[in-house]
Ligand binder design. Structure first.
Ligand code: RRO
Length: 306
């Protein structure tokens, strides 16, 4: 039997395989994006960029805990004016779709930054409405259906590229928020951002991160993300990108079976390196072949059958 096809069509984008670099884990340079594409990623998502440059929080900004990382970087970024130069270079250098993650403090700001990113060559925009620890943006936008709808509508009116919305697990009903994003025109939903968390040092008797609280990522959050993907898939009819603790092909397959059309990998890069993408893609391919299936799309949502 022939090898299974790993190609995925996601909101109009063509991915050679269903793995993507998750926003946040790596910086803003073309060289980094190239190393991720060489590692086998089907697409890359940049760190979140806003209208103005931001320094982010002082160190320490990341701490390792059992089964994951807690981070509070505080949205450090060069601002869109500076970043468009990297987007332009990346468009020339990269053979995989480039998705620019965008944040703002108002619907108009999200739209302005998204518009500039698309003008510079972004293939799609991912709206960060889920950063757990920066005031007046991130999850403060994404926890209110009303505010989220305004942001998504404004961005959709401004650009003519696919708009992904990255959702927060730190809400009462992710299904309700997901439905609101879809109603407002989201082309895909990325589920999920980090889980609000805290690490304390017993010796100093203080929180470890300078910002005190942060967001947990890595294997510890995988079952939470999987559950959110599973339950949003039953409610909302837009493609889902699974994100949360994926570090091997089995994890990725579980997300596809739960209803994700593609998966994002972030924290696992810090332990496995960029080769994680090829390893995961190769594992999915062997799995499909072993099951006698011909394409990734055949297993999307398959765990929902009665
Ligand atoms: O920069 C951060 O501290 C950060 C962001 Br923007 C985000 O979306 N999620 C996260 O865990 N950290």
């Amino acid at each position: 039997m022939k090898n299974a096809s790993l190609t995925v069509s996601l909101a109009g984008l063509r991915l050679a395989n269903p793995t993507m670099l998750a926003s946040g884990i790596l910086g803003y340079s073309v060289e980094t994006f190239e190393s991720i594409a060489k590692g086998g990623a089907g697409a890359v998502v940049t760190k979140s960029v806003g209208l103005k440059p931001r320094e982010g929080y002082p160190n320490p900004t990341v701490v390792q805990v059992s089964s994951g990382l807690v981070n509070a970087m505080g949205l450090p970024n060069p601002g869109i004016q500076e970043f468009v130069q990297e987007i332009r270079k990346a468009k020339v250098a990269l053979r995989v779709p480039l998705i620019v993650s965008v944040y703002g403090f108002s619907p108009a700001e999200y739209a302005t930054v998204a518009g500039r990113a698309v003008a510079a060559g972004a293939d799609a925009i991912e709206l960060n409405v889920s950063c757990p620890h920066v005031k007046e943006t991130g999850s403060e936008i994404g926890q209110s259906s009303q505010v989220l709808i305004q942001v998504v509508r404004k961005v959709k009116h401004t650009i003519n590229k696919p708009v992904f919305v990255k959702l927060s697990p730190n809400v009462t009903s992710i299904e309700e928020i997901a439905q609101a994003a879809a109603n407002a025109g989201a082309d895909a939903l990325t589920i999920m951002n980090t889980v609000k968390a805290l690490a304390i040092d017993a010796e100093t008797m203080m929180p470890i991160l300078a910002n005190k609280t942060g967001g947990l990522s890595g294997p510890a959050v995988k079952p939470i993300a999987l559950r959110h993907v599973y339950s949003v898939y039953e409610r909302v009819k837009v493609p889902i990108i699974g994100c949360g603790g994926i570090s091997n092909w089995q994890d990725a397959v579980e997300f596809l079976l739960a209803g994700a059309s593609a998966v994002q990998i972030g924290t696992a890069i810090s332990t496995i390196g960029p080769a994680v993408f090829e390893k995961v893609a190769c594992g999915i391919s062997k799995y499909l072949k072993r099951k006698g299936l011909r394409s990734v799309s055949e297993i999307v949502g398959l765990s929902h059958r009665n």
